[in-house]
Design a protein around this ligand. Sequence first.
Ligand code: APR
Length: 310
Amino acid sequence: MKISIIGAGNVGGLTAMRLAEAGFGEIVLVDIVKGVAQGKAFDMQDAGAVLKFDCRILGSEDIKSVKDSDIIIMTAGLARKPGMTREDLLNKNARILKEVCLEIKKISPGSILIVVTNPLDIMAYLALRVTGFQPERVFGMGVSLDSARFANLIARELNIPFTDIDACVIGSHGEGMLPLPRFTTIKGIPLNEVLEEDKARALVQRSFERGKEIVSLLGSGSAYFAPSQAIAAIVRSIVKDEKRVIGVSAYLKGEYGVKDACIGVPCRIGKNGIEKIIELELNKEEKTHFSDSAESIRKNLELVKLNHEL
Ligand code: APR
């Protein structure tokens, strides 16, 4: 397998290391800033020598080195600064993404493209339109990270191990996410039966704010330990054809009542990318929240379509 990562910043760099350590294949790391990707690749190769594994990793500033990749992970772009919303990043990152995707379309037409650059759902849609790839092969990493954050908060509240928790979050990545206590289970029992409503609501609220909280504590840049881990889990499911159900930003053609937008929903992920979109039976209140989340994506999509001639 050839797995390329575009953007050798915090998320891209750590993802490259995780994938190399897992031995998923040959890793190519690309960054527009001269020397950065190559420097990080050398450093990771040296780490391989410490751990005694063959770390096949190449760093480059030339986008052409992603040619004929099986999987491409797009992390290039600007990260959020304190006080900045994901939507503030919209136009700057859309420009970068469009340029990179036009190149991917030419030199790596058979790849599966995982978009990480924020605002995630809009960037995933943009990548889909610009490459013209099948929707099964272009999706975003977002709500699986939000689910992990929700699960972590639940584990701390109830003092139970992560292995007992199956957290479910759908919707737009970040502040527009929709954690679902009814579909989140503790040893198979729905969270809303285990935890009082106000406590569950407080956890949901804290999950909304988790990304922002990390950004403001870090002072510069945004989260990368959990995001890179979430990317690695998706890549594992593709490389090993695990067919795990993972929340990703998928292109909907009417599922959940949403048409022509990318948004976070549970999907079966295997060697072909998205192999099935799982439709949960939402109740009235959940449906309203989900369509609000989709609506906020749609507004930004209109802006992107206008500004970037889609
Ligand atoms: N081609 C390749 N690399 C690029 C390009 C480009 N056209 N434009 C920018 N980059 C690189 C930058 O040089 C930088 O090294 O993308 C990298 C981004 O890294 P960071 O600033 O460290 O950001 P990071 O924390 O990795 O987040 C990347 O993922 O989670 C999201 O919101 C986050 O959109 C952001 C992305």
